[in-house]
Design a binder for this molecule. Structure first.
Ligand SMILES: C[S@@+](CC[C@H](N)C(=O)[O-])C[C@H]1O[C@@H](n2cnc3c(N)ncnc32)[C@H](O)[C@@H]1O
Length: 210
C-alpha cells in the first residue's frame, strides 16, 4: 500500500459514527445504495456545525447516512431531502425515527429531484448536498445555486466518479458531467471551490456574496 493510500485509509477510519449512522450504513449496503464515506460524513457534520446551518437540502436521501450526518451537530436545523425511490424513503423514515430525530425537523419528499428542486425557495438553504443521479448533476447544480443563500455551500460527493474523472480514457456520461461541473466552477468568480480527496472525492462550493 502506498503512503497516499495509507493516508486515505486512515482518514476514512478515523471518524467515529453514531449507532444510527452505523446501522444506516449497513442497511444502505444491504440495499445496494452507496452512502457517503465516513470521512465525507464527518465533513458534512462539520460543515453544518461550522455554518450553524438551520435549513439544509439534500438530493438523494438513500436510507439516511448523509442526512444523519448533516443533522448530527445542529439540533435546530431542518432537512429537506428528495428521493425518487419510495422504498429508500420508507427505510430512511425508519432510520431517522430510530435515531430520535423529530418528524418536524424533516421534510422528506418523494420524487424526481429535477421536478422538486424548482419548487424550493430561492436563496433559503445554508447547505445543499447533491448525491443522486450523477448524469443529472449539472441540472441539480443549476437549481442548487439558486436555492442556496449567499455564503452557503453546495457539496458534491463522488467528485472522482470512482476514480474515472482523472482518467482521460474514461468518457462515460456521469464522469463527463462531473468534469464539466469541475471546469464550470473553476472558472466562476461567483463560487469558491474546494476539491478534497476524501472518500471518492468531495467538491465543496461556496456561493459568494452577490
Ligand atoms: C448515492 S445514493 C444516496 C446516498 C445518500 N446520500 C447517503 O449518503 O446515505 C443516491 C440516491 O439518489 C436517488 N436518486 C436517483 N435519481 C434520483 C432523482 N432523479 N431524484 C431523486 N433521487 C434520486 C437514488 O434512488 C438513491 O437513493
Amino acid at each position: 500500500m502506498s503512503k497516499l493510500e495509507r493516508n486515505w485509509q486512515y482518514a476514512e477510519q478515523y471518524p467515529g459514527e453514531t449507532d444510527a449512522q452505523v446501522r444506516a450504513r449497513r442497511l444502505s449496503l444491504e440495499l445496494g445504495i452507496e452512502p457517503v464515506s465516513r470521512s465525507i460524513a464527518a465533513q458534512l457534520s462539520g460543515l453544518t456545525a461550522l455554518s450553524r446551518a438551520r435549513a439544509i437540502c439534500e438530493v438523494g436521501t438513500g436510507v439516511g447516512v448523509s442526512g444523519l450526518s448533516l443533522l448530527r451537530h445542529v439540533d435546530d436545523a431542518t432537512l429537506t431531502s428528495i428521493e425518487i425511490e419510495a422504498e429508500h424513503l420508507r427505510e430512511a423514515r425508519t432510520v431517522f425515527a430510530e435515531a430520535g430525530i423529530p418528524a418536524a425537523r424533516l421534510r422528506l419528499i418523494e420524487g424526481d429531484a429535477l421536478h422538486v428542486l424548482p419548487r424550493l425557495n430561492l436563496g433559503s438553504y445554508d447547505l445543499v448536498l447533491l448525491d443522486a443521479n450523477p448524469t443529472q448533476l449539472l441540472d441539480y447544480f443549476e437549481h442548487a445555486l439558486g436555492i442556496v443563500r449567499p455564503g452557503g455551500c453546495v457539496v458534491v460527493p463522488g467528485a472522482f466518479s470512482h476514480g474515472r474523472v482523472p482518467d482521460p480514457a474514461a468518457r462515460d456520461e456521469a464522469t463527463q458531467a462531473m468534469r464539466d461541473l469541475l471546469a464550470l466552477v473553476a472558472e466562476s468568480s461567483a463560487i469558491a471551490s474546494m476539491l478534497s480527496p476524501a472518500g471518492d472525492g468531495v467538491l465543496t462550493l461556496v456561493r459568494l456574496d452577490d
